[in-house]
Design a protein around this ligand. Structure first.
Ligand code: R2B
Ligand code: URA
Length: 264
């Protein structure tokens, strides 16, 4: 893995009075009079970012999440946020588990089941780690046990660049492989520890890790890819499933705030 980081940008040098500030790894930022966060319609001159966002402690969940994360991470930095925990939540396709299960990601892997994200920078491929915070995984899992009828597991999450061919679907506009090849791939993924498939986790894990953010990925599964490719849940069931990661994270936040007696 290539590194261009000067020693002064290493994570522990960003601790101040016991607080861990969000750090950005770009020496040019300090030379700019103003930083315009174009997609967020915010700027460091036009907006008082510490006042507007200084109390933010957690946030949302490949190309679009990367753009969002660049600007969100800079926002957290400009706002001098510290001890930030960030959780990507969403939907996914399960492998060998019941639809509706919530998967807390221990490791985000690529389409080759490797725990890495390959970022193209200029004409180089830079391979980055996708390690996530183990303690946070356990905390979230413990929290899930306190919610009745809430099927949750910890597993690897595979992140792909595409929903159809990239996830081995037989129902896309293009399909050049057989049902047998699809199943063979998904079963190999299962054997490698993959329990669900989505499309953001590797870049999310790598960017958060590099910038010193405590990060987790929590996704509900909408189907078992060993059985089907189409998502044909009723609207109500879909809505209920989609709320599951939110429910878990809301309960986790309440617990962090000492409001666990009011959990629902
Ligand atoms: C999960 O669901 C979306 C595709 O349907 C994608 O954003 C993801 O990661
Ligand atoms: N999101 C995905 O990326 N894949 C699925 O199968 C379902 C939701």
């Amino acid at each position: 893995m290539a590194s261009i980081l000067p020693a002064s940008n290493r994570p522990d040098e960003h601790a101040y009075r016991g607080k861990r500030f969000v750090h950005v790894k770009n020496p040019y930022l300090d030379t700019m009079d103003e930083d315009i966060l174009y997609h967020l319609d915010l700027g460091t001159r036009t907006h008082n970012l510490p006042a507007m966002f200084g109390d933010i402690k957690h946030g949302m969940g490949i190309p679009s999440i990367s753009i969002m994360l660049h600007e969100l991470i800079k926002l957290l930095h400009h706002a001098r946020c510290c001890d930030v925990t960030i959780i990507r939540m969403g939907t996914s396709g399960g492998i060998g588990i019941a639809p509706g299960s919530v998967v807390i990601t221990d490791t985000a892997v690529d389409s080759f089941f490797k725990p890495q994200f390959e970022q193209v920078i200029l004409d180089n491929i830079v391979t980055r780690s996708t390690e996530l915070d183990k303690e946070l995984v356990e905390e979230l899992f413990n929290c899930s046990k306190e919610i009745p009828n809430f099927p949750t597991l910890i597993g690897h999450t595979m992140c792909t660049y595409d929903f159809y061919e990239g996830q081995g679907r037989l129902d896309g506009a293009l399909c050049s492989f057989s049902r047998e090849k699809k199943l063979d791939y998904l079963k190999r993924a299962y054997k490698a520890g993959v329990r669900n498939i989505e499309m953001e986790s590797t870049v999310f894990a790598s960017m958060c890790g590099l910038c010193g953010l405590k990060a987790a990925v929590v996704c509900v599964t909408l189907l078992d890819r060993l059985h089907s490719d189409q998502i044909n849940l009723s609207h109500d069931v879909l809505v209920e499933y989609q709320q599951r990661p939110q429910l878990l994270i809301a309960n986790f936040i309440k617990k962090q705030l000492g409001l666990h007696d009011q959990m629902s």
